[in-house]
Write a protein that binds this ligand. Structure first.
Ligand code: SF4
Ligand code: SF4
Length: 126
């Protein structure tokens, strides 16, 4: 779940406030969003993906909050890591072409007529 908003990195764009599907953030009075309802976080990583400043950290544990230290996250390259893994951001190349899951959809479309034909001509009972 969401664990950190970096005050040093945040550029106060409020994109995270807008993209979060469960309204976890409140806009901050000083421009830095506040994690107001952490328990509502779905660990979907959308905020981290869309944050243009790599200022957010979503921990992979979806069930429990974990203690994090910003300096340790930075040292480990974990701030905005999900965005980086997507290849989103200045100077990065999208990794979408490395995702082969579209092949599953294509295969399912190819098999659909065969399934329909099999359903309309069931085998005779023995
Ligand atoms: S998306 Fe990132 S930079 Fe924008 S307000 Fe949220 S934390 Fe700050
Ligand atoms: S991980 Fe998803 S649900 Fe959690 S704060 Fe970010 S956008 Fe909201």
């Amino acid at each position: 779940m969401i664990e950190l908003v970096s005050r040093d990195r945040c550029v106060s764009c409020d994109i995270c406030v807008k993209v979060c599907p469960t309204q976890v953030f409140d806009p901050g009075l000083d421009g830095v969003p506040v994690i107001a309802r952490q328990e509502d976080c779905q660990t979907c990583f959308m905020c981290e993906a869309y944050c243009p400043a790599d200022a957010l950290y979503v921990a992979p544990d979806a069930d429990h909050p974990v203690q994090v230290e910003e300096s340790a996250l930075i040292a480990a390259g974990k701030l905005g890591k999900y965005r980086a893994s997507l290849g989103w951001g200045t100077g990065r190349v999208s990794t979408a072409q490395q995702d082969d899951s579209y092949r599953i959809l294509a295969l399912s479309e190819r098999l659909a007529p065969k399934k329909a034909a099999a359903a309309s001509h069931p085998s005779a009972p023995a």
